[in-house]
Unconditional design. Structure first.
Length: 153
């Protein structure tokens, strides 16, 4: 019976996300070489959201059009169960992002303002279309070596 309910929820589009505000804090990036985006959700409730690119394309009339970099700064808050609201400094509109989990608790951030269909088409295999939380890298420094021949102080 539980399996039938779970399958029904899965196909009805309901998403169960079990993350906390603490889990969400961290750095997120996409894997797009042309329009790389990053989002830093800091523990203190502030954020930095950037698209770091300067792509020049040709417009229909043959002129060059630059798609420049942009960024937002401000405060964020978690709206359980699956939303993050960004309030950019000096802007009245709020940006709403969606949280999804995959692969044993990894966290993805979906951006429907940039990809309007992403809530219906999201898949962890389509890495260019979402922000993925960066794994903390282990300390790369070797263990300290004891000093040889150093006497006691």
């Amino acid at each position: 019976m539980r399996a039938c309910i779970a399958i029904g929820l899965l196909f009805s589009g309901c998403v169960h996300v079990s993350v906390s505000e603490h889990d969400l804090a961290g750095s997120y990036t996409n894997s797009d070489g042309y329009w790389p985006r990053s989002l830093d959700l800091r523990q203190d409730g502030t954020f930095a959201y950037d698209q770091l690119t300067d792509v020049i394309k040709e417009a229909k009339d043959g002129t060059a059009v630059s798609e420049g970099s942009w960024g937002l700064r401000g405060h964020w808050r978690f709206l359980p169960p699956d939303r993050v609201e960004l309030a950019a400094d000096g802007k009245p509109a709020k940006v709403v992002l969606f949280v999804r989990t995959y692969s044993a608790g990894k966290i993805a951030i979906l951006e429907p303002d940039l990809f309007p269909d992403i809530l219906n088409t999201w898949s962890p295999d389509r890495v260019l279309r979402f922000l993925k939380k960066r794994e903390q890298e282990p300390n790369q420094l070797p263990d300290p070596m004891p000093l040889r021949g150093a006497g006691h102080f």
